[in-house]
Design a protein around this ligand. Structure first.
Ligand SMILES: COc1ccc(C[C@H]2SC(=S)NC2=O)c(OC)c1
Ligand SMILES: [Zn+2]
Length: 263
């Protein structure tokens, strides 16, 4: 799909170097969410995800994470409401995780680290015709962030976990059908923080309206261990590197407001 274009592949590589200067650079992600500095905004609406599991296409190991990719050529799977003015189209979801359960998330809450973080990526189809356009523009993307904690097994995630060995190496893909990303959302999606930020990998463009869920989801230790069995490296490479710690260092807030949908 557009959102997993070769452009992404060419710009995604493990442990990429942080650029010295970023265009603009005052709206970078991820950040620490300081709860007492967030501002309750009563005008924030409930979030309305409407996903059609039939749009699920494949899983792709792109050498940085694994992406579950959706057909984004129609408006069958959309996100609207919350802080969003426009309608956005689901294109992929992926995760970030650590080598240990002590860290792995990109965002933190009052400096609290989570073992992993889910990103559900959508692009603005009211303002742009292509994902590649949206990714370069302010309000081009909306990403839902969900923290993962180690606890009981996540039944909905298991279908994805079982498919991961088929995409162990970079550049591998496997067909994957009828997966509803809504099953990975917490029970309460009305409580979230929202702020304007960026992609957390190159091109690091400041195109993202972030919607970070207050409530986490639980996955089992064994389920997260399968994420860590993936590799950054392709089958041809002599030295295989485990896909872990694929998160970006935190970025300065630069005075940005963080709004909360709850008081
Ligand atoms: C060229 O367009 C891109 C490139 C990379 C990513 C993935 C990054 S950005 C994020 S959020 N988390 C990640 O790992 C994109 O996702 C929207 C879009
Ligand atoms: Zn991400």
């Amino acid at each position: 799909t557009a959102c997993s274009s070769k452009y992404v592949l060419s710009h995604m590589h493990p442990m990429w170097q942080e650029p010295l200067a970023i265009p603009g650079g005052d709206r970078q992600s991820p950040i620490d969410i300081v709860v007492r500095k967030s501002l309750f905004d009563p005008h924030l609406k409930p979030l309305v995800p409407a996903y059609d599991p039939q749009t699920c296409q494949q899983i792709w190991n792109n050498g940085y994470s694994f992406l579950v990719e959706y057909d984004d050529t129609t408006d069958k799977s959309t996100l609207k409401g919350g802080p969003l003015e426009d309608q956005f189209r689901l294109c992929q979801f992926h995760f970030h995780w650590g080598e240990s359960n002590a860290w792995g998330s990109e965002h933190t809450v009052d400096r609290k680290l989570f073992p992993a973080e889910l990103h559900i990526v959508h692009w603005n189809t009211e303002k742009y015709d292509l994902f590649e356009e949206a990714v370069m523009e302010e309000n081009g993307l909306a990403v839902i962030g969900v923290f993962l904690k180690i606890g009981k097994r996540h039944e909905g995630l298991q279908k994805l976990v079982d498919a991961l060995p088929a995409v162990r190496h970079k550049d591998s893909t496997v067909d994957f059908e009828r997966f509803d990303p809504a099953c990975l959302l917490p029970s309460n999606i009305n409580d979230y923080w929202t702020y304007h930020g960026s992609l957390t990998t190159p091109p690091l463009t400041e195109a993202v309206t972030w919607i970070v869920m207050k409530q986490h989801i639980e996955v089992s230790h064994d389920q997260l261990a399968v994420f860590r069995s993936l590799l950054f490296t392709s089958a041809e490479e002599e030295v295989q590197k485990g896909m872990v710690n694929n998160f970006r260092v935190q970025q300065p807030l630069r005075g940005r407001p963080i709004r909360s949908s709850f008081s």
